[in-house]
Design a protein around this ligand. Structure first.
Ligand code: GDP
Ligand code: GDP
Length: 455
């Protein structure tokens, strides 16, 4: 089994992740320019800062994995989030609200050289309401003389301000100790429990596509548990639902049931909710209103699911409203607009009437199977060897880059690393990805192919 670089620790981590869900999540919130991104970079170290050569991934990542003294957690950096949709104050509050909702604990960053502002006070009110553990970081305390500035932040009523300099690293060890203290420890499960854990599904889609109708339909009388297990600090927003003889966890359902009524910025709220749900889920059921033209917003939601690396199922809802003519145009739209998710299983359903809803579970299972597919290094290289012999990279400037070797670096979703003797053009990489799919399936899953150039 060592052939594919089997790493028992990594497998244990992956199984644990699959069972309980993602690692505990830490959100970093605060006004623009207080140093959130600097702090996140400081916490995750340089390891994550390496820019990977990943075709198709254009979005800035906002979630990273971090590790302090062996305790792993995820960290959400809201620093790069859109700032001006609702005006600065409202958007800081909105970002904080959604980040807090998805988090197990929060680091609230304040610029101690400025002191507490009205916007900071507004975030404090949100934090109080959310009842999540909060660690207050008094940032930009670059030297001992600035400690007094930090002390004034006791006035926020969030407990001890932790003086740090994210820029220079001063005080970050103590801050991390406080963070670890605030995060819930992932419960240790036995192997049997790990394998039997419910899979996590996010229902996503633009407003009015039928998410809450679908949730109500699948929940029906069979909803078994509304609350999360006792002892966790998560909101009771995940519902365990029985479908097709199995229990599934539908994540973030409070966000579906609670309708956010907002004139301006409603899209913005919706996309934050989608991001939060995707963060927790393994598989995304992406609802599209089949009776209406596919919109830019639908495409954006699809991209979010793909970029998040989740298994994907496309559910064309309101199929009862699709007539011959609409069907003709729909097929055209699918061909033109949904090329990026051609691999996703598609189901045509009516959440309203319940028609064909039984097709959902097999599609979800297909997508999850693709998402977890592992190809051995031996098989992969046999395939790559033949492929490269039959279809070599075009010669460029007298040189011909060659793929030397490949390995699957991970699953959920499948990630491949190709070692090459020179830069591989985007078109060639897409070709490789297409052929990988033809050969190994990967129905319902994005795959990532990165290339390392080896001289
Ligand atoms: P964000 O908008 O909250 O993510 O803030 P950034 O991380 O982008 O930081 C905003 C500015 O503050 C940048 O110029 C940083 O270099 C600076 N900064 C961040 N942390 C510190 C710090 O601890 N000390 C000082 N002096 N400057 C900092
Ligand atoms: P959400 O905003 O995505 O949660 O969408 P809702 O579940 O609230 O549905 C929006 C509207 O579409 C409601 O009026 C539903 O009754 C209607 N709807 C949902 N599913 C279907 C369906 O399968 N067929 C039809 N004809 N209408 C539906």
């Amino acid at each position: 089994a060592t052939e594919e670089g089997f790493d028992p620790e990594q497998v244990a981590d992956e199984l644990a992740d699959a069972a309980h869900g993602p690692l505990p999540v830490l959100a970093v919130v605060g006004r623009p320019n207080v140093g959130k991104s600097t702090l996140v970079n400081r916490i995750i170290g340089r390891r994550e800062a390496v820019v990977e050569d990943k075709p198709g991934v254009t979005r800035d990542r906002v979630t990273y994995e971090a590790n302090w003294n062996g305790r792993r957690f995820k960290i959400v950096d809201t620093g790069g989030w859109e700032q001006d949709v609702l005006g600065i104050d409202a958007s800081v509050a909105a970002q904080a609200e959604f980040a807090i909702e998805a988090a197990d604990a929060v680091v609230f960053v304040v610029d101690s050289t400025v002191g507490a502002t009205d916007t900071d006070e507004a975030v404090v009110r949100l934090l109080r309401r959310a009842k999540k553990p909060v660690v207050l970081a008094a940032n930009k305390v670059d030297g001992p003389s600035a400690e007094a500035d930090a002390a004034t932040l006791w006035s926020l009523g969030l407990g001890e301000p932790h003086p740090v300099s994210s820029l220079h690293g001063r005080g970050t060890g103590d801050l991390l100790d406080a963070i670890i203290e605030a995060l819930p420890e992932a419960p240790k499960l036995t192997f049997g429990e790990v394998l039997g854990g419910p899979r996590r599904i996010a229902l996503i889609g633009r407003p009015n596509v039928g998410k809450s109708s679908m949730l109500n339909k699948v929940a029906g009388e069979d909803r078994v548990v509304v609350n999360e297990q006792a002892g966790t600090t998560r909101d009771p927003v995940d519902e365990l639902i029985q479908l097709g003889g199995k229990t599934w966890k539908f994540v973030d359902t409070a966000g579906i049931r609670r309708r956010v009524h907002l004139q301006e910025g409603a899209d913005y709220y919706a996309s934050l909710r989608t991001a939060a749900a995707l963060e927790k889920a393994e598989v995304a059921v992406i609802l599209i209103d089949a009776s209406d033209s596919i919109s830019v917003q639908d495409l954006r939601i699809i991209s979010m699911a793909v970029d998040a690396g989740r298994a994907c199922v496309i559910a064309y809802n309101k199929w009862d409203k699709v007539d011959e003519e609409r069907r003709y145009y729909l097929e055209r739209e699918i061909e033109q607009d949904l090329v990026q998710v051609q691999w996703a299983p598609r189901v045509n359903v009516s959440a309203g009437t319940g028609r064909h809803m039984e097709k959902l579970v097999p599609a979800i299972e297909t997508a999850l199977a693709g998402w977890e597919t592992r190809v051995s290094t031996g098989r992969l290289n046999a395939f790559l060897g033949e492929l490269v012999a039959a279809h070599p990279h075009p010669v460029r400037g007298g040189k011909q880059p060659r793929i030397l070797f490949g390995t699957q670096a991970g699953v959920r979703p499948p990630r491949f690393v190709l070692f090459a003797s020179g830069f591989l053009e985007a078109g060639y990489r897409r070709f490789i990805e297409r052929r990988l799919r033809e050969e190994f399936g990967f129905a319902g899953t994005p795959i990532q192919v990165s290339v390392r150039v080896r001289e």
